[in-house]
Design a protein around this ligand. Structure first.
Ligand SMILES: Cc1cc2nc3c(=O)[nH]c(=O)nc-3n(C[C@H](O)[C@H](O)[C@H](O)COP(=O)(O)O)c2cc1C
Length: 644
């Protein structure tokens, strides 16, 4: 067969190791870690799915090498811990049996160890180890590692790498980026030592070089070592690309692949993990520049999810390998779909940060667009139902479409009724906001998946009791979504409702008041500001987007700072031609000026009560059930269909 993406799908040989293609799975922590620090079965299944999906390399992450001085990344490889090696072996095995290379990321968090500890009081009463004596912004003291401790840590890297090899891993990634220990030594921002590990670039690189030499000594010449580094720290006091090139040149003799990421977890989170406000592939230039100065293969990463872009990166020689994190949560089968010329079937990552926020909130993993993530052990394949039923899905938003797709995959005869002339539900409104375009595209992809699975879609047809009586479905999934809340304020008819902004863009002038500072209002305000409009954002509560997840929200607020004038604790009273008359926090009536007004005051579940007897099996999902997230709608849709 002729592969569409010739370069991306071509193998790469490094020493005696063959990478089956150029698409690799980035280190992402599995969340199932046993109390004694072993990789749990759920994590194993998480990594296995990445291998099944066709990635060339699957990087198992967060193996800390020296627990005596670390403590963030909870699991460890230690032959004295019962099951430690066995669990690592099962994990490497689970990756290998699908033809991928299992790689283990070895890390040490240095001064940021314990960052994730939930007991902040306990955290403050202890100190961490880093390059220098200092106090972190959160008040935790940091002590400088002694030469003896550094030697011990270097030994530990070598020891754990050898254990990884024994467990069946075929490669290691040494984490030298993102603000963790090796990065702390490389960086003039963190490293103010005056001994042989500080000062000159040669000295700052010493720890990295010692670690790499020790690892090589322990694993031999035919076991690829990948060095992960930040190609720029993106803060003034840190190092920048020119110095990163020099670092790469010094590192090159001791590793087999240089992996160029960017920034630090602590200071530039939204660049290290490019947020929806950043360009896709915004860090590729770092790898591409570094590649000009080294001869080992170079890998790149950061907001990559488009096969055309990935192909271009490899074809044009910007990098030799591409890594993806979130894109392979959204669709672990992305590499396989690329290999099979089925790129139009790829479910794209929304960069909504549900994955990382869920870890922070509940210590589990979740993905908005892929209900299997974090629950791979429960099975990732949709099994045919013993009896085919007639299924009616009411509503073609993301939850309804995913339910219809899943039910059809199970062999049911599925008809989806959509009251409008297009599916997508609330996601339709995202098409006018460029940084959310993947949300709109998601509805198209889900629709294609549903139709390919055999779902019949009927448009312009709301589901009624009469329709159910005539179709007589065995199962009815009510996914009728929600409607915007439009309060009876004087002049409200002058507003453009945020959900309809895509239809009424031309009605929005150059000075706008966005009424409502929830997620939709905030994101719309950012978009309008980016378009060069003067934007005032009015919110009745004292905080913006309080429901946004903990990873997305700070990045959103930063964008708001750039693009909108914010009025929190302001209550909208009436809308005039000059703007919105509000009650300010002192209960005074004031005008917030803007000749156009966008109404973004939230959603209310659509009513469905007359449908509850529409079939023997009825399930209400998504916003119809309770106004919430796309994540919940898709998850509920999937499980409703599995329950039929
Ligand atoms: C859920 C999640 C967990 C991550 N865990 C790790 C980790 O343990 N170690 C690491 O080096 N990077 C980790 N990262 C960062 C990724 O490896 C990657 O550098 C980053 O997500 C940017 O790539 P992407 O835009 O393709 O997601 C994680 C990222 C995500 C989304």
């Amino acid at each position: 067969m002729e592969r569409k993406y010739k370069n991306l799908t071509s193998p790469l040989v490094i020493g005696r190791t063959t990478f089956r293609n150029r698409m690799c799975s980035a280190p992402m922590g599995g969340t199932d870690i046993t109390n004694d620090g072993c990789i749990g079965d759920k994590s194993k299944a998480f990594y296995e799915l990445r291998a099944k999906g066709g990635a060339a390399v699957v990087t198992v992450s967060e193996c800390m090498v020296h627990p005596a001085t670390d403590g963030s990344h909870a699991y460890h490889l230690d032959e004295s811990i019962l099951n430690s090696l066995a669990q690592a072996t099962y994990c490497a095995d689970a990756i290998k049996r699908h033809g991928a290379i299992p790689s283990l990321e070895l890390s040490h968090s240095g001064m940021f160890a314990g960052t994730y500890m939930t007991d902040k009081n306990k955290q403050k009463s202890m100190h961490q180890w880093g390059p220098c004596d200092t106090t972190r912004n959160d008040g935790v003291r940091v002590k400088a590692l002694t030469k003896e401790m550094i030697d011990e840590i270097v030994e530990a890297y070598g020891h754990v790498a050898a254990l990884a090899q024994r467990a069946g891993f075929e490669m290691v990634m040494i984490h030298g980026g993102h603000g963790w220990l090796i990065n702390q030594f490389l960086s003039p921002m963190f490293n103010h030592r005056e001994d042989e590990y500080g000062g000159s670039l040669e000295n700052r690189c010493r720890l990295a070089v010692e670690v790499l030499k020790k690892v090589k000594e322990n694993v031999g010449p035919f076991f690829p070592i990948e060095f992960r580094m930040s190609g720029d720290e993106f803060v003034e006091e840190g190092y920048h690309l020119e110095e990163a090139i020099e670092i790469a040149k010094r590192i090159e003799p001791y590793c087999d692949i240089i992996h160029v990421s960017a920034g630090t977890y602590q200071r530039t989170f939204g660049i290290t993990h490019p947020s929806m406000f950043e360009e896709h592939g915004r860090n590729v230039y770092l790898a591409s520049e570094i590649k000009k100065h080294v001869s080992v293969p170079v890998s790149t990463i950061g907001g990559l999810n488009d096969p055309d872009m990935l192909e271009d990166i490899i074809a044009s020689g910007k990098a030799d390998l591409v890594y993806m994190g979130r894109a392979l949560l959204a669709d672990p089968y992305l590499p396989r779909k690329v290999m099979e010329n089925r790129s139009e079937d790829i479910v794209r990552c929304l960069r909504c940060f549900t994955c990382m926020a869920e870890r922070a909130a509940t210590s589990t993993r979740r993905c908005t667009v892929n209900p299997v993530i974090g629950r791979e052990l429960e099975g990732d394949e949709i099994i045919k139902a013993p009896v085919s039923k007639r299924v009616l899905v009411a509503g073609g938003g993301p939850g309804g479409l995913y339910a219809a797709y899943t039910a059809a995959k199970r062999g049911h005869e599925v008809t989806l009724y959509e009251k409008e002339s297009e599916t997508g539900g609330i996601l339709k409104s995202e098409q006018a906001i460029p940084f959310k375009k993947e949300m709109y595209e998601l509805s198209k992809t889900y629709k294609k998946m549903a139709e390919d699975a055999g779902v019949r879609i009927v448009y312009n047809t709301p589901v009624t009791k009469e329709l159910c009586d005539s179709v007589k479905p065995d199962a009815l999934i009510i996914a009728t979504g929600s409607n915007p809340i439009i309060p009876p304020l004087e002049g409200i008819d002058k507003c453009v409702v945020v959900n309809d902004y895509y239809l009424n863009k031309d009605k929005v002038g150059d000075d706008v008041v966005v009424l409502g500072g929830g997620l939709a209002g905030c994101e719309c305000a950012v978009h309008l500001g980016r378009e060069g409009k003067k934007v005032h954002l009015v919110e009745m509560r004292n905080a913006l987007a309080p429901d946004a997840n903990v990873r997305h929200r700070p990045l959103l607020l930063k964008e708001i700072d750039k693009y909108a004038e914010v009025h929190t604790s302001y209550k909208g009273l009436r809308i005039t031609d000059e703007g919105v008359i509000c009650l300010d926090p002192e209960n005074k009536e004031v005008l917030v000026p803007g000749r156009s007004v966008i109404c973004a005051l939230g959603q209310r579940s659509a009513s469905y009560n007359d449908l509850l007897d529409g079939a023997p099996f009825v399930r209400v999902i998504g916003d119809a059930n309770k106004v919430s997230t796309i994540t919940n709608a898709v998850y509920q849709g999937y499980h409703a269909a599995l329950d039929i």
